[in-house]
Design a protein around this ligand. Structure first.
Ligand SMILES: [Cu+2]
Length: 140
């Protein structure tokens, strides 16, 4: 008989798996940070993530923008870019065009040129629709 040895595998291991899942979700994607330049458009919604979540100055950062319409579906064929500025000082133009890599998903890479608080100003255009949305991120 071997049934006895199989008891109670799992209890504690299952709890550890749950804790790890919670920690993995606690990343720090760029936070929406509305400015006077923002022009919210319910027919052109923008959601941004960066890779890595917390960018490092001078290393490449990948920008991934999900563009969705009023019904939540992907918006294909849009023109999407992000501009990187620092609220605290002039840093010149740092515009990055994003290219559609999956339906409604636009990606591109660029560099933050110093550590500190940066603003990411995203603009998208599709047909007659336009939108501008600002995000903030802390670069180390
Ligand atoms: Cu600066």
């Amino acid at each position: 008989m071997v049934t006895g040895s199989a008891r109670r595998i799992g209890g504690r291991g299952g709890l550890l798996l749950v804790l790890c899942g919670v920690l993995l979700q606690a990343g720090c994607a760029p936070r929406p940070a509305a400015t006077a330049h923002d022009t919210p458009n319910p027919r052109l919604r923008l959601a941004l993530t960066t890779t890595p979540d917390k960018p490092t100055s001078l290393d490449p950062t990948r920008f991934t923008m999900h563009v969705t319409g009023a019904a939540g579906g992907p918006v294909k064929g849009a023109t999407v870019k992000v501009g990187l500025t620092m609220p605290a000082m002039p840093m010149g133009d740092n515009d990055i065009a994003l290219h559609e890599t999956q339906p409604g998903v636009y990606t591109g890479s660029g560099r933050f040129t110093m550590a500190g608080a940066w603003r990411i100003t995203a603009t998208a255009a599709s047909g007659q629709e336009r939108t501008t949305k600002s995000f903030s991120t802390d670069v180390r």
